[in-house]
Design a protein around this ligand. Structure first.
Ligand SMILES: Nc1ncnc2c1ncn2[C@@H]1O[C@H](COP(=O)(O)OP(=O)(O)OP(=O)(O)O)[C@@H](O)[C@H]1O
Ligand SMILES: O=P(O)(O)OC[C@@]1(O)O[C@H](CO)[C@@H](O)[C@@H]1O
Length: 310
């Protein structure tokens, strides 16, 4: 089973305002409410790609109930832990530029954290645990290390798409896949990732420390994939960008979906990049037909030192 976990879900309130003016009253007739949070996006895209998952995490209040009902309506099994706090709403303003206003994650009690630990303890060898999205600073980083250690001991494939102080701790365990974007990879090492060669250097450091697969996503530029024996670059397909929110999560889903279907890691990487771009080209997350069409356009080549100018 693939378990996704979103500690801080959200309703993404997405507003299209062609000529957004800061400090003014802006009206829009084009608004959407989608369940959000990175793990939830991973579950939604997996479902569209024909792969079953179970969504874990914390939800509460009317927004939490909306998320739970929405996912169930899409056929996704949920196993959320209820909070008394109302789940946040994140505002995404789509204009010439994309502006995001993300609220804080929930404050969780010891009992609520233990309830999640128990769920991870009950997972089986060969299961996947995708921990994605921000990790509230009110939770000790050692808590996430504990989850990572359980995954290691139980041979659970641990996928991480998060940032912040807890991530450094987690990476002391052998993670199966991590997908930072350029900024997140730079933050991890306290550097700026300006060139593809920087991304390669720092991704290689993660691999040297025991991470099995590193995908550095680079928006419209595509992505870089590094393992112990492979380094690949994928160019993203061209298209009209509508909404890039969730494109990184879609990349993760596409990789996992292709991998569990028995494809090799290079093909899984390619399918992941196609999924990320398919999401960037529509207002909600990608659909399988679009991914299957776009994958033909994703050019994957070996990373070479000559790429340093990018
Ligand atoms: N403008 C774009 N054009 C084409 N493809 C894109 C574009 N933006 C994103 N993508 C695709 O989505 C993938 C992930 O994008 P990105 O690096 O922006 O992820 P991210 O920062 O983790 O996003 P998010 O946190 O919103 O999910 C890219 O590797 C690429 O395949
Ligand atoms: O605040 P976080 O947890 O870092 O990110 C949350 C979020 O911006 O990420 C998803 C897109 O990746 C959105 O659905 C959601 O609103």
């Amino acid at each position: 089973m693939i378990y996704t976990c979103t500690i801080a879900p959200s309703i993404d309130y997405t507003v299209y305002v062609p000529d957004f003016e800061q400090g003014k009253l802006n009206r829009s007739n084009d608004v959407y409410y989608y369940p959000g949070g990175k793990g939830i996006n991973v579950s939604r895209v997996l479902q569209r790609l024909g792969v079953t998952s179970r969504a874990l995490g914390y939800v509460g209040g009317f927004t939490g109930h909306y998320i739970d009902a929405f996912l169930k309506n899409e056929g996704i099994t949920t196993d959320f832990i209820e909070t008394t706090e109302i789940t946040r709403m994140n505002v995404k303003i789509k204009s010439a530029e994309e502006t995001e206003l993300n609220g804080p994650g929930p404050e969780l009690t010891k009992a609520q954290l233990s309830a999640l630990t128990e769920k991870v303890r009950r997972m089986k060898s060969g299961d996947w645990f995708v921990l994605a999205g921000s990790l509230p600073s009110s939770i000790a980083p050692s808590y996430f290390l504990e989850l990572a250690t359980i995954c290691e001991a139980k041979n659970i494939r641990f996928v991480v798409d998060t940032s912040g102080p807890a991530l450094k701790n987690i990476l002391t365990t052998p993670v199966f896949l991590i997908k930072p974007n350029q900024q997140e990879l730079g933050d991890l090492f306290g550097v700026e990732i300006a060139h593809l060669s920087d991304a390669y250097d720092y991704a290689s450091r993660l691999v040297a420390r025991g991470t099995q697969h590193v995908i550095v996503s680079m928006g419209s530029e595509g992505a870089l994939f590094v393992t112990k024996d492979l380094a690949l670059v994928a160019r993203a397909p061209q298209g009209t960008v509508v909404n890039t929110v969730g494109s990184g999560d879609s990349l993760v889903s596409g990789f996992i979906a292709s991998y569990v279907a028995g494809q090799d890691v290079a093909q899984a990487f390619r399918y992941g990049v196609a999924s990320g771009s398919a999401t960037a080209f529509r207002s909600d997350l990608c659909q399988k037909e679009e991914v299957d069409r776009l994958v033909e356009q994703v050019v994957v080549s070996p990373y070479e030192e000559k790429d340093v100018t990018k």
